[in-house]
Design a protein around this ligand. Structure first.
Ligand code: FAD
Length: 423
């Protein structure tokens, strides 16, 4: 059978996989159950504006994702991402900014220059961070709280633990110290710009999934939104993909659904049993985003601030990033015990740094299974499965990062390349 590949799932992993295959000249069909491409990082329409299912932020170290976004951007269109040197502003308690020095000097200089820390704490932070960047044997079974045990309480509360929650979307007492270390290393142990924060300037679907799909179609591929795959029938010579309307045989399939949706498709395929068994042990963590529209004349002093002592960890000014004046996004990660009045509590956190006046409208989006909990000793599956015609892609497959856009795009590209090597 001539290679003909079905990619199931139009999140960032599936879009990256479909694009890689189409660019290699393979006939590809991308199936997406939802109306909008992007999966857990997609555009949603609220109050007539393109918003996102959750405010996202990228790191300068996300090289695969940044390269894909940049490569698909039409020459004349403005940059879809706003690059900011790393700064954590948490008034009135704490602020840290990394200057443009070679890494990791920029982190050490940032820590030594941080406001709100005593000299003793600054030195402790710089020494510890240096040790972490050079560490080779952080045990796989340690949690982040155990890793940071030797650090002063103030540093854990203001710096290391908020970083853990926002990077791994997992509370520090549950989060993997090894993955935390690797993320800190990726951000601060390479080039200076790897620790930059990148804010999307347009909605998430427009940033990558939509241009990727357009390119797949341009190259002769097919993209089928609102088309849920309901059955998979794997034989030795082909895999038959069933939807509500049709059954079609493909030479290969890339399963690019979220881990919690794998069993629904793959339970009848014995070769995928070990993967399903491993994924059944995953736990999930929510992320909540509150969009609050204030007077359009209102703006924060900076495009984002860190928040403490409440459910939200960050507030973003979408007026500055997206041209949506007066619209703020407040984000609560690892939000398993989110109180019903969380938007009121987050508004009170905001009051400590700004006086935006009364809101005109507000909307909370809680993604209950935003990411898997990134815990110690996780067994993440490889993109190659025991079935020679079925591959995996998704942020949960084995890779250096926790559940992020970078994990998703890396896995999509890697899955497609592994398949291509086998042809
Ligand atoms: C609120 C929120 C905030 C986040 N913040 C950040 C952040 O700031 N930075 C960051 O890097 N990451 C962040 N993440 C994580 C990031 O969004 C995910 O890691 C990434 O989007 C996962 O992509 P994926 O393609 O692996 O999976 P998914 O996005 O889950 O894609 C799977 C797709 O498969 C589709 N599908 C499922 N079943 C079927 C079927 N039977 N047939 C057809 N299609 C099917 C789904 O509809 C979905 O579109 C956040 C996630 C959330 C939810």
């Amino acid at each position: 059978m001539k290679p003909r590949v079905a990619v199931i799932g139009g999140g960032w992993a599936g879009c990256a996989a479909a694009l890689t295959l189409a660019e290699a000249g393979i006939a590809v069909t991308l199936f997406e159950a939802g109306r909008t491409l992007g999966g857990r990082a997609r555009s949603v329409d609220i109050e007539g504006q393109p918003l996102d299912n959750g405010q996202h932020i990228l790191l300068g170290a996300y090289e695969q994702t940044l390269q894909l976004i940049d490569r698909l951007r039409p020459a004349a269109s403005p940059d879809g991402l706003w690059r900011l040197p790393l700064a954590l502003n948490q008034p009135p308690d704490f602020s840290l900014a990394c200057p443009r020095l070679p890494a990791p000097l920029h982190l050490l200089a940032g820590l030594l220059g941080a406001r709100g820390l005593r000299w003793h704490d600054k030195l402790a932070a710089a020494r510890w961070a240096h040790g972490l960047l050079n560490d080779t044997d952080t045990s796989t079974h340690l949690s982040v709280s155990q890793l940071t045990r030797s650090q002063p309480e103030k540093l854990r509360r203001l710096l290391w633990h908020p970083l853990c929650v926002s990077a791994l979307n997992t509370p520090p007492d549950m989060a993997s110290a090894r993955v935390f270390r690797d993320t800190i290393r990726a951000a601060f142990g390479g080039r200076n710009h790897h620790s930059d924060l990148l804010l999307p300037r347009r909605d998430l679907t427009a940033l990558f999934p939509a241009p990727a799909a357009a390119r797949v179609i341009e190259l002769g591929g097919e993209v089928r939104p609102s088309c849920r795959v309901t059955t998979l029938d794997a034989a030795a010579d082909a895999v038959t993909v069933g939807t509500r309307d049709a059954s079609t045989a493909y030479s290969h399939v890339i399963l690019a659904v979220a881990p919690q949706h794998l069993a629904g498709l793959a339970a009848a395929i014995p070769q995928l049993e070990p993967v399903l068994h491993g994924v059944a042990a995953f736990a999930y963590q929510p992320i909540a985003t509150a969009y609050v529209q204030y007077d359009p004349a209102f703006r924060l002093e900076k495009p984002l601030f860190a928040l403490t002592d409440g459910p939200a960890q960050f507030v973003f000014d979408r007026g500055q990033s997206h041209g949506q004046p007066g619209l703020l996004a407040l984000v609560a990660s690892a939000a398993a015990n989110l109180p019903a009045d969380w938007m009121d509590l987050a508004a009170a956190q905001l009051q400590r740094i700004a006086r935006p006046g009364p809101p005109r409208w507000r909307k909370s989006i809680v993604e209950k299974q935003a990411t898997y909990a990134c815990v110690p000793n996780m067994a993440r599956p490889a993109v190659r499965t025991a079935h020679p015609r079925i591959f995996l892609a998704g942020d949960y497959t084995a890779g250096p990062y926790p559940a992020t856009l970078e994990s998703a795009t890396l896995s999509g590209v890697q899955s497609a390349r592994t398949l291509l090597e086998q042809l």
